[in-house]
Design a protein around this ligand. Structure first.
Ligand code: IFM
Length: 462
């Protein structure tokens, strides 16, 4: 076998509550920002399709977990919906949610699949958003209470916990470059939200440690590695700034225990520092995770700005760089993003050399394709492009492991085609095709291929 992976490698998939569960009348779930936005900002979703139409995991979890077993997954990540468990975010617990998550966890375990459970995947309860969401420091404590409750209810069986998925995104997409509710565009507010998310993470980690339970606590980071157009001083500086604002700003507090000094200096100069309280820095400095998930989809290519942004305009990090469209780049045209598997090796080396070779795994990687039904032959999507994508990414990951990076697994986004935050069901990512009209699932060719990879713990002729 050309690419054989370490013993006990995690082969799995990832999804999230809002993107997969769906809602059922009388389920006791409270509204979150996505339920609200789906109803009030329909035009922001592809085809006007909101999250209530997510792929019915709430009612089909048993069959879906059986399917996961059939393709051999040994681990499966999803999230708990905060507003399903605690409808107003900080009050009474919804017993139906407790029963549902218990059933999911028990079923995964019965099938020999390790549940990886994340606490926050972009889904602020609406009642707390009305109080300011993560802009309001009180919500940090509400999150810590929610985390503690999850550990008490499910921590006897769940051994792998994650506090946040892509913690930069709720700040960036909600408050800077508006794609998520509340659709704000204000760097200072985004910085405040980000700081409170960092604190919420720290408090949830502390609550886990205090629980004294066996298991690991981690975080799932979204990494978009930055590449400069050239080796010129100006392009290198542009890349440094993009990396500082969009990667190091969150990776360093979460993984190294402090914000980058250069970032704080710039934010002070442009008068955009968030409000902090005594003790915040110590809390961040004293928090460490056991495990890191890395979501990787695409690189970011930048160059020095050719058209300066007016300094009198509201501050945005793009003041220091602009996107570089590299000639000949390989694109996934459905999503309009570059395909660059080599970056997975580069990320793995950063995990090894910058982040102390902390144990990590690929927690998301995948390819969203539009109109996949065009590749259907005899009822099966022949997604050879997805197999090629997997092969390429896994081969770079394999090399990185051989070169000493402490990677423990690979989770594909996603299992059954699920709802996306803006694109709804436009681009499909799953190993299983979802027929939206009937909710039927059918295995794609890539799912069959992944099964063979798991069976052999690797792939390729030697
Ligand atoms: O759907 C998202 C997921 O929620 C977070 N990471 C990227 C995925 C694909 O766009």
């Amino acid at each position: 076998m050309k690419y054989r992976f370490p013993e006990d490698f995690w082969w799995g998939t990832a999804t999230s509550a809002t993107q997969s569960e769906g809602r059922v009348a009388g389920d006791g779930k409270g509204e979150n920002i996505w339920d609200y936005a789906s109803e009030h900002f329909t035009e922001r979703f592809h085809g006007g399709v909101g999250c209530s139409e997510a792929s019915t995991f709430y009612t089909h979890y048993k069959e879906d977990i059986q399917r996961a077993k059939e393709i051999g997954l040994n681990s499966f990540r999803t999230s708990i919906s905060w507003s399903r468990l605690i409808p107003d975010g900080d009050g009474e617990v919804n017993p139906q949610a407790v029963a549902f998550y218990n059933a999911v966890i028990d079923e995964l375990q019965a099938q020999g699949i390790e549940p990886f459970i994340n606490l926050y995947h972009f889904d602020m309860p609406m009642a707390l958003q009305q109080k300011g969401g993560f802009e309001n420091r009180e919500v940090v404590d509400a999150f810590a209470r929610y985390a503690r409750l999850c550990y008490e209810l499910f921590g006897d069986r769940v051994r792998y916990w994650f506090t946040f998925n892509e913690p930069l995104i709720p700040a960036e997409a909600g408050y800077l470059h508006p794609r998520h509710y509340p659709y704000v565009s204000d760097f200072g507010r985004a910085a405040q939200v980000l700081h409170h998310i960092v604190l919420a993470h720290c408090k949830a980690v502390a609550a886990w440690r205090e629980s004294g339970r066996q298991g690991k606590i981690g975080i799932i980071m979204d990494v978009i590695p930055v590449y400069p157009r050239s080796d010129s001083e100006e392009d290198l500086q542009a890349a440094k700034m993009a990396d500082l604002f969009y990667t190091r700003s969150i990776n360093e507090p979460m993984l190294l225990g402090h914000y980058p000094e250069e970032l704080l200096t710039i934010l002070k100069e442009v008068d955009q520092l968030p409000q902090t309280q005594p003790g915040d820095c110590e809390l961040i400095a004293n928090t460490r995770v056991d495990l890191v998930g890395i979501n990787y989809y695409r690189p970011r290519r930048v160059k020095a700005r050719e058209t300066p942004l007016d300094a009198s305009q509201p501050f945005v990090p793009e003041r220091f760089f602009e996107e570089y469209i590299m000639p000949g780049r390989r694109m996934n045209t459905s999503r309009g993003i570059e395909i660059y598997p080599e970056a997975l090796y580069d990320i793995a080396m950063v995990m090894k050399n910058t982040y102390g070779n902390v144990p990590w795994f690929v927690s998301e990687n995948g390819i969203g394709i539009q109109d996949e039904e065009q590749f259907m032959v005899d009822g099966q999507v022949q997604d050879d492009y997805r197999i090629a994508f997997l092969q390429e990414h896994l081969s770079y990951l394999h090399q990185a492991i051989a070169d000493g990076s402490h990677c423990l697994g690979y989770h594909m986004w996603t299992f059954v085609d699920c709802w996306s935050w803006q694109n709804a069901y436009k681009n499909r990512y799953g190993f299983y095709r979802l027929d939206l009209a009937t909710q039927q699932r059918s295995l794609k060719k890539s799912g069959q291929w992944f099964r063979s990879v798991i069976d052999n713990n690797g792939f390729g002729e030697a």
